[in-house]
Design a protein around this ligand. Sequence first.
Ligand SMILES: CC(C)(COP(=O)(O)OP(=O)(O)OC[C@H]1O[C@@H](n2cnc3c(N)ncnc32)[C@H](O)[C@@H]1O)[C@@H](O)C(=O)NCCC(=O)NCCS
Ligand SMILES: Nc1ncnc2c1ncn2[C@@H]1O[C@H](COP(=O)(O)OP(=O)(O)OP(=O)(O)O)[C@@H](O)[C@H]1O
Length: 206
Amino acid sequence: MIVVGLTGSIGMGKSTIADMFRRRGIPVFDADAEVHRLYTGEVTAAVEAAFPGTTEDGRVDRVRLAAALNNDETRFRKLEAIVHPLVRASERRFLHTAHESHAATAVLEVPLLFETGRDKQVDAVVVVSAPADVQRARVLARPGMTPEKLDGLLARQTPDEEKRQRADFVVDTGGTLADSEAQVDAILDSLKSKPAEAYARHWQDL
Ligand SMILES: CC(C)(COP(=O)(O)OP(=O)(O)OC[C@H]1O[C@@H](n2cnc3c(N)ncnc32)[C@H](O)[C@@H]1O)[C@@H](O)C(=O)NCCC(=O)NCCS
Ligand SMILES: Nc1ncnc2c1ncn2[C@@H]1O[C@H](COP(=O)(O)OP(=O)(O)OP(=O)(O)O)[C@@H](O)[C@H]1O
């Protein structure tokens, strides 16, 4: 099984491109969605203990949590130390399930793929990218998003330019959705055309 890491900075179109892979029958693990799921129960008590007042009725309130983080690096690290190990455990379960269902390819949609060094562990890296003004307009249109919150998240992410340089494939989402679909098809064709031996990594080690 080939494991593809799908990443990109905030608002570049990761989730949209991930859905395109899903519609082509490829299993996709979505790290953001897994965090959101954990916030509905499993990790609530630990988050409340570390960031009092950010949960209600057994759920983490992400707007309150973002406010409590206040773009402070130490607080982000504290939160990530609680959340990331649980996301990794879910990711491993996902890979086992994909393998058992004989998937030839599995996609890990991980926003912090480069930041956490995971780009070196996957067989191929797809970076989803768009011009900075398009990215900003997309993100600022979201409810609850502010320029300060956006800049705080961007400051914790590897710059888009560097991500593009380090990618095996880039999907440019600055055009139409049909343009993006064509790029996804081209990536899958390219992955299929490589012999399995060309992929040195083993998903079991991820
Ligand atoms: C900061 C939080 C509360 C903001 O919640 P919000 O609903 O506004 O955003 P959401 O979770 O949908 O994330 C949107 C995007 O923000 C960026 N982002 C999220 N977490 C981080 C982080 N720790 N560092 C840098 N960027 C991040 C990513 O590009 C992500 O795709 C939330 O993202 C969070 O709890 N993050 C910590 C967990 C984490 O590291 N998640 C990343 C995937 S493992
Ligand atoms: N050609 C395109 N390809 C992909 N997305 C596009 C395109 N044109 C417009 N969009 C829009 O851009 C937005 C991208 O948002 P999406 O949630 O996919 O980004 P993301 O990278 O997953 O964001 P986040 O980092 O916050 O999780 C969507 O609303 C999507 O419809």
